[in-house]
Design a protein around this ligand. Structure first.
Ligand code: 5GP
Length: 204
């Protein structure tokens, strides 16, 4: 016996905090989870593939989808549009899958407002010092870009209190475990258990 609908999960955190590694590990330990594939107007980076990492769209196509109410949420971030295609998310949830949206804070606010049953998790670094060390260690960006990312990170972290949960990514395995516990507790909320309670009552 289980509740049928899956969870809609918003997952945010600053650049360099380790969201991708956390999600990769989370998918390995929890096969019930699906990751939403976002649409964006930015150009593909490195080996990124259309339909796997993002749907890479023109601005015109993106705006047309917004007009048709085909995006669950969308935002402009660093001069590009980013958005969550609505249909696959709603279908996944109906099929009982927990669908995770890895999105920035403006989109996170839209999802919380339009979907009060969603669960939002913000990933914090242990400190700004550690975040700076991690961004430097990646070795992919110039000092100027790193300073910009750190300033953006401060802005984003100031919004963390608007989320339902915050976790600190210090030890990756511990952090994944905490996220699993959050999702597991959310599923047991009485407010989500209408169908379950009905099944118990009808099973005489
Ligand atoms: P990047 O260009 O580095 O892949 O992503 C930039 C930012 O956009 C990240 O913070 C990422 O979480 C966010 N993002 C990715 N997809 C979406 C989306 O569908 N909606 C929103 N609102 N943000 C997104």
């Amino acid at each position: 016996m289980k509740n049928k609908d899956g969870l809609l999960v918003v997952f945010s955190g600053p650049s360099g905090v380790g969201k991708d590694s956390l999600l990769q590990r989370l998918l390995e330990v929890n096969p019930q989870i699906s990751l939403s594939i976002s649409a964006t107007t930015r150009a593909p980076r490195g080996a990124e593939q259309h339909g796997k990492d993002y749907y890479f769209l023109t601005k015109e196509k993106f705006q047309e989808i917004i007009k048709q109410d085909g995006m669950l949420e969308h935002a402009v971030y660093c001069d590009n549009y980013y958005g969550t295609p609505r249909q696959p998310v709603e279908e996944g949830i109906r099929q009982g899958r927990d669908v995770i949206l890895e999105i920035e804070v403006q989109g996170g606010a839209q999802v919380r407002q339009k979907n009060p049953a969603s669960v939002s998790i913000f990933v914090l670094p242990p400190s700004m010092r550690v975040l700076s060390q991690r961004l430097h260690k990646r070795g992919t960006d110039s000092e100027e870009v790193i300073q910009k990312r750190l300033a953006k990170a401060r802005e984003e972290i100031q919004k963390a209190e608007q989320y339902d949960y915050v976790v600190i990514n210090d030890d990756l395995e511990e952090c994944v475990q905490e996220i699993c516990e959050i999702l597991s507790a959310e599923k047991k909320k009485a407010s989500r258990s209408g169908k379950l309670i009905e099944e118990v009552l009808n099973n005489e």
